[in-house]
Design a protein around this ligand. Structure first.
Ligand SMILES: [Zn+2]
Length: 232
């Protein structure tokens, strides 16, 4: 059994970015946890208690659909995480892991993303999980996901999202879409980039690009592998 940690800026990023992989891990008996950084709504002019409560209810439904065993929602300022020292964001991840354990695999945002909360979350994760002898080689895998209507909207940069790791989600695409449907308040009608149809098109496209019916695409930030051979 592996420990899998998803660190997402906002509730819905996890389903958009790695919902299919999360459901695969859960189906294999892995322990999946999610750490959210903001409530995802408080920056909106119209936001009130009821909008936050709706997003919270959606988050809980998505966690249940995706088989998440533990999740925690922080209250950093939505779309204003740059008002918080990076150290503070990093410490939240460290505290979560000191309680839950150091994960084997981490999924988080990509550095090249229009949303500043996404970029800062990525930076905090890479800071938290910088390689240390005391960490005993964990996490062995750090992967960055793409978020529709954010990753890829930042314009072309040298480090634009160019996937080099794919997870076959043919068996869990339905659950990913169900989890996204739980966040229906956040989804928009097609052809908006953040629509259920687009999410399925992206999964089909990412899959077809590597000869699979459906996949999620990632950028490898780091993989630590120990290759041993027995004496002949
Ligand atoms: Zn987000």
């Amino acid at each position: 059994m592996q420990k899998v940690l998803v660190v997402a800026a906002h509730p819905d990023d996890e389903a958009l970015g790695c919902g299919g992989a999360m459901a695969c891990h859960a189906a294999m008996g892995d322990e999946v946890a999610v750490l959210f950084m903001t409530d995802g709504v408080s920056s909106r002019l119209s936001a009130g208690q009821s909008e936050a409560a709706t997003r919270n209810t959606a988050m809980q439904s998505a966690m249940s659909i995706l088989g998440v065993s533990r999740f925690q929602a922080m209250t950093f300022p939505d779309n204003a995480m740059d008002s918080v020292p990076l150290l503070e964001i990093t410490q939240v991840i460290e505290e979560f892991c000191s309680d839950w354990g150091v994960p084997d695999t981490v999924y988080t945002h990509h550095a090249s993303d229009l949303n500043l909360d996404h970029r800062l979350t990525h930076q905090a994760v890479m800071t938290c999980f910088r390689p240390q002898p005391a960490a005993d080689g964990k996490p062995t895998k750090i992967l960055s996901f793409e978020v529709l209507s954010s990753t890829g909207w930042e314009g072309t940069t040298a480090d634009s999202f160019r996937p080099n790791y794919f997870v076959d989600i043919r068996s869990t695409l339905k659950k990913k879409l169900e989890a996204l449907d739980a966040y229906s308040e956040e989804m928009r009608p097609f052809p908006h980039a953040r629509s259920l149809e687009t999410a399925e098109h992206l999964a089909r496209y990412r899959g077809a690009s590597v000869g699979m019916p459906a996949a999620e695409a990632y950028v490898v930030q780091r993989i630590l592998e120990c290759v041993t051979r027995s004496e002949e």
